[in-house]
Design a protein around this ligand. Structure first.
Ligand SMILES: C[S@@+](CC[C@H](N)C(=O)[O-])C[C@H]1O[C@@H](n2cnc3c(N)ncnc32)[C@H](O)[C@@H]1O
Length: 227
């Protein structure tokens, strides 16, 4: 049995549930540093669809030349989102993540022109303002991860007319976070910072791991255009 085959659903479930023991940002980053070596195999076991749903949403609505677009992948992890966007024609990626081990995998993927190690929330997003054609953040806007206010920095990084693609989970333990995220998104709309392109609620985001859940948990993809 290969290392990949040996990652059963029970093992992966325990790993994901153990993340709840990470209370501080430093603990969460440590958790990802440990998870990095099996993250992609485990994502397959979980049938984690966030990266492909986000990549499809961007491709469906991006009207410029994909090959010329500069994409900022925030909390890029091992590079799953960039890998899928590349299949859709995007070529130029800059990645940002707080975990050295996740970034090491992203480096090995060879997909990124530039990768930056930064713990968001504690440090500003270390990129040029008004620069990116597309900004994506997948799997990092949820309870215990990034504060909802980080989306202001994502919008700032996008150029005028650029797309900002964000995702979150729709299950019970993330309900308050999702509501706070949507309040912030709406507030930014009212401030004239961006306009909604698409909000897509998805029933099957990834396989459920918590005791009170079964089957798949829902999720949501938000796509906005910077004004
Ligand atoms: C679930 S993974 C998602 C990775 C990738 N976007 C994907 O969908 O495959 C969450 C990522 O967020 C990063 N992360 C969590 N908290 C962070 C923080 N405060 N600053 C920067 N990155 C953070 C983790 O290191 C991890 O790579």
């Amino acid at each position: 049995m290969s290392a990949v085959d040996s990652r059963t659903f029970e093992i992966v479930k325990d790993v994901v549930l153990s993340a709840h023991r990470s209370c501080t940002t430093a603990e969460k980053i440590d958790f990802y540093n440990i998870w990095a070596s099996t993250f992609e195999q485990d994502a397959r076991v979980l049938d984690y669809r966030g990266p492909s749903l986000a990549a499809s949403a961007v491709s469906a609505h991006f009207s410029g030349k994909c090959q010329a677009a500069v994409v900022l992948d925030v909390a890029c992890g091992t590079g799953m989102v960039a890998k899928l966007m590349k299949k859709n024609g995007f070529e130029h990626f800059v990645g940002v993540d707080g975990s050295e081990a996740m970034l090491q995998r992203a480096t090995e993927s060879g997909l990124y022109k530039d990768l930056k190690l930064v713990v968001l929330g504690e440090n500003p997003l270390p990129v040029q303002s008004d620069h990116f054609d597309v900004v994506v953040i997948v799997g990092a806007l949820s309870v215990g991860h990034l504060h909802v206010k980080v989306i202001r920095e994502l919008c700032q990084a996008a150029k005028q007319g650029g797309l900002i693609c964000m995702t979150t989970r729709g299950n019970l333990d993330n309900a308050s976070y999702k509501a706070a995220l949507e309040d912030e998104i709406k507030q930014m709309e009212e401030e004239g910072l961006w306009r909604c392109v698409e909000v897509k609620e998805v029933k099957e985001w990834e396989r459920a791991v918590r005791e009170n859940e079964e089957g798949y948990i829902p999720g949501c993809v938000y796509l906005f255009k910077k004004l």
